[in-house]
Design a protein around this ligand. Structure first.
Ligand code: XUL
Ligand code: CO
Length: 438
């Protein structure tokens, strides 16, 4: 037993292969294994997230905390340090390459924003020291602009410009800290950037405020030389009735309208896609097509309750289709797979945190392996390429290049008596093909 002793004498989790019955071993996640010429670890760039693992207490809408953690005893700096110690012990045990956090996850709120920001910087110093002797890196940092009462009517989209200013001061500090820790990205999730009712909401103003806020974030990033990617995380609703960053399509429109489509990408969460009535692979494919695919918040939702349940991923077929889209796009670049996932409120033991992450990693590894097989075999991609081949040559290519107009086409169709014959879309054949890789 070493350090805080929270995880007892648990040894670092190792890859033991699919036959292993050891619940504290990876059965599919083999970090050094080459997949399409790249290490599994470098494909997935998995991150442990601070809030679900070290802040969530098991509280739900009907009941209070169920998880007893030694660092819950007081909301002060000493307990924030203890929490950091345990967090890094878990990073060591899991051997995952990244972590993520909100400012409020890591340090207590002070009597003023100056004090709160100072607390965050102090714990970031603790992180920096721990990172000197470890390989673990920061995938992204973010600011919590949704829990405090002051943000109940929004942060950037608040009717009161003082709340906008307060949020800006908090975000500046969070970007500074992310920069200082070498973060690969910075995330903005607008949980309160929306409305409860249009009866009290000036939608046009709020969208303009949100645009200006994002512009300020991008300006500041360049000013300090932060090289990480700015990411927006779409979510349609919850906590508010409607959130402006509804889904990938909405975020793209917002970025394009504000001239920021080349500056900002998206962090796509599986459960949020489900809440927006999209398949996860739809959101990933759309972001890839629009050139804004940034990172992934890996989890799964309970399809029955319809809530944002943030469960650990265990649906390899669902993730395999998204990973196929990601591999076709050329990978996530600076992004990765952050486990925006928490253990259930009856999962009381420290080991439950490990089981959640181990299962999540094995699910991602299985999905990656299946997606790589789809790419290597090439049958799926060949089918689609063949289906659209007409657009690569002759009149199809001329059309896209803008060298034909309505009148040209009308003349040609009538002259040649054109009568296009439909071809099978072969959905069942393709579904069977996908099942061969899983
Ligand atoms: C909330 C959510 C957040 C963001 C970061 O649904 O996903 O935890 O990932 O603020
Ligand atoms: Co998330």
């Amino acid at each position: 037993m070493s350090g805080t002793g929270f995880f007892g004498d648990t040894a670092p989790i190792r890859y033991e292969g699919p036959q292993s019955a050891n619940p504290l071993a990876y059965r599919h996640y083999d970090r050094d294994k080459l997949v399409l010429g790249k290490r599994m670890e470098d494909h997935l760039r998995a991150a442990v997230c601070y809030w679900h693992s070290f802040v969530a207490s098991g509280l739900d809408m009907f009941g209070g905390a169920t998880l007893a953690r030694p660092w819950f005893a007081a909301d002060d700096m000493a307990h924030a340090r203890l929490k950091a110690d345990v967090a890094f012990e878990m990073f060591d045990i899991l051997g995952l390459p990244f972590f993520t956090f909100h400012d409020r996850d890591i340090a207590p709120e002070g009597a003023s924003l100056a004090e709160s920001n100072r607390n965050v910087r102090e714990i970031a110093d603790v992180f920096a020291r721990k990172m000197e002797t470890r390989k673990v890196r920061l995938l992204w940092g973010t600011a919590n602009l949704f829990s405090a009462r002051r943000y109940m009517a929004g942060a950037a989209t608040n009717p009161d410009p003082d709340v906008f200013a307060y949020a800006a001061a908090q975000v500046k500090n969070a970007i500074d800290v992310t920069h200082r820790l070498g973060g690969a990205n910075y995330v903005l999730w607008g949980g309160r950037e929306g409305y409860e009712t249009l009866l009290n909401t000036d939608l046009k103003r709020e969208l303009a405020q949100l645009g200006r806020f994002l512009e300020m974030v991008v300006e500041y990033k360049h000013k300090i030389g932060f090289k990480g990617v700015i990411l927006i995380e779409p979510k349609p609703q919850e906590p508010t009735k409607h959130q402006y960053d509804f889904d990938v399509g909405n975020v793209y429109g917002f970025l394009a309208a504000n001239g920021l489509a080349n500056e900002v990408k998206v962090n796509i969460e599986v459960g949020h896609a489900v809440l927006a009535h999209h398949a996860f692979e739809h959101e990933v494919s759309l972001a890839a097509a629009l050139g804004i695919l940034g990172s992934v918040d890996a989890n799964r939702n309970d399809y029955q309750s319809g809530w944002d349940t943030d469960q650990f991923p265990n649906n390899a077929p669902e993730l395999a289709l998204a990973l196929h889209a990601i591999l076709k796009f050329g990978g996530l670049g600076a992004g990765g797979f952050n486990f925006d996932a928490k253990i259930r409120r009856q999962s009381l033991e420290p080991a439950d945190l490990l089981y959640g992450h181990i299962g999540g990693m094995d699910t991602l590894a299985r999905a990656l392996t299946a997606a790589a097989a789809m790419i290597e075999d090439g049958a799926l991609d060949r089918f689609v390429a063949e289906r659209y081949a007409g657009w690569d040559r002759g009149e199809g290519a001329e059309l896209l290049a803008g060298r034909r107009g309505l009148a040209d086409l009308a003349a040609r169709v009538e002259r040649d008596n054109l009568d296009p014959q439909p071809r099978s879309g072969r959905q069942e054949y393709l579904e069977n093909l996908v099942n061969r890789y899983l």
